[in-house]
Design a protein around this ligand. Sequence first.
Ligand SMILES: [Zn+2]
Length: 602
Amino acid sequence: MAFKIPDEKLIEVRDASDIVEVIGEYVQLKKQGRQYGGLCPFHDEKSPSFSVSEEKQVYHCFGCGAGGNVFTFLQELEGWSFSKTVTHLAKRSQIDLPNLPAVAEEGKDSKSAKAMKAGHELAASTYHSILLLTEEGAPGRVYAEERLFSQDQLEHFRIGFALDQWGTLAQILENKGFNLEEMEASGLVAKRKTEGYYDLFRNRLMFPITDNSGNVIAFGGRIIGEGQPKYLNSPETPIFQKAKTLFHMHEARPSIRKKNKAFLFEGAFDVMAAWKAGLPNSVATLGTALSQDHARLLRRNTEDVVLCFDGDKAGREAVRKAIPILQEAGCNVQVGLLPEGYDPDDFIKQYGNQAFQKLVENDCLSVLSFRMHDAKQGKNMQNEGERLRYIEEMIQELAQLEQSVEREHYVRQLSEEFQLSIDVLYQEIQRKEQQVQKEAWKHQQPKVQAASQTKRRDQSSRPLAAHLKAEQLLLAYMLQDGEMIWRVSERLTNGFNHDEHQALYAYLLSFVSRSPKKGMKEFVESLEDMKLAKLAAYLLMQPLKEECTEDELNDYIVRIEDYPKWASIKEQQQAARLEQDPIRAAQKQMELIRLKKEMQSK
Ligand SMILES: [Zn+2]
């Protein structure tokens, strides 16, 4: 969304938000010389390669290449927009932003949405204190004890208790000046037939549901003792859409990103059990099927998703439906099926934390293994017809898989299990393959995307070509020494070869001509493009010699300016070789040598 915060406000927010402090809220930082180091929050690592410079107000990870300023850090880690990030930092330092369109981003009824969230926050702290601190909270505490909730769990999930009374919360909200009509629309209270309002949640163990920024927007409650319904979630409201909300997502996000894996459960109580068993990266849907929005939300934070569902018929059905939605969003899916009729809580109580971790972490099934397992359920393998139907279904599945070790593995497995010849199986698969090619293409696309992303990451660790290295060095000098900006711009006639380098260079030139008095800190802050901010942070962190001599500068410029010529000769040489024209190829070789000599003598 087009959104412009006045420059002076942006600077005020930035100056008040020290990067070491802000990042320190997420990462344990230790002072190392002139910088701070810690474990990177963007990738899983055991020894720290993440470094933050207080002086330059940037961060950079030498492991995964993440980097940027205080704004990009929160944008990347929390998944926030730029305006949301600035708003958050302003609030943190009690800076008023004028007429914030960021609020408009949350919808036109933002004032009422704000009030609804405030009402929910008050309700959450009320329920929580009733459970922990009051005499009336005793039935809640007894129930929590019976269910073996730990103190840590009660605190981490802010679990509370709604009294078995009709008007407790309504009264508190009214006393605090909340508009009860608005609170009714937010799902906390309901209107009486006669007059006034009553509490929607009564005699329940309560757990707050938060949005992506950690605001309480809804509740789930489990009845204590007998009564219906056993589990009650807030209704859909202007601030709570089930199809867009995953339970525990805000709290789990740092560990999901760190482990690049999320465990997806069927309900909030499963997540609480899994968290206690040592899986902090657990989330759940809230009484709805997995939606595309859920899948995208997951994919923004991780590539790998493990579906941890009940192995019964309904659970398998839910897994079948969730797999394509997740795959389409670009997730790698695995399935951790619980034994039929068990939920995580039962399972952990009976078999312990380690068995549970093993089940969902080490023993989880690939999508194909799950389909094999699933297709067998309810079929009598002694019956020839049903057995053939099963084999047919599996051939269909295998045809959709790329040729791989994995496919070979399953073909062999199928051949051994049913004493079928491997050749016959492959023939059948090939026949099916032609039929499903179109379909397969659709399923493969997200995978291809994911694979190319990993590839890109690998490339960053490869040594750079000489001309790119020269470009980066010059940019690094320019960022660290204002004098260099003029020295380079006087000499460089055609600009840089690499698009991102050229973009950064152009931004830099326009920045210093517009605001000659501002420093590089301001320049990096002014970069809203994440890629460029990342590049700038990386370059700012490069150790450089005190001074770049004329000779060195000359050398870098030559490398950069001669590269296009060099590339074109190389291309022609390649073309000549392909045409099998040895004379032309040799001519080009000579030209290359000449050019090299020329460059060395410049
Ligand atoms: Zn990293």
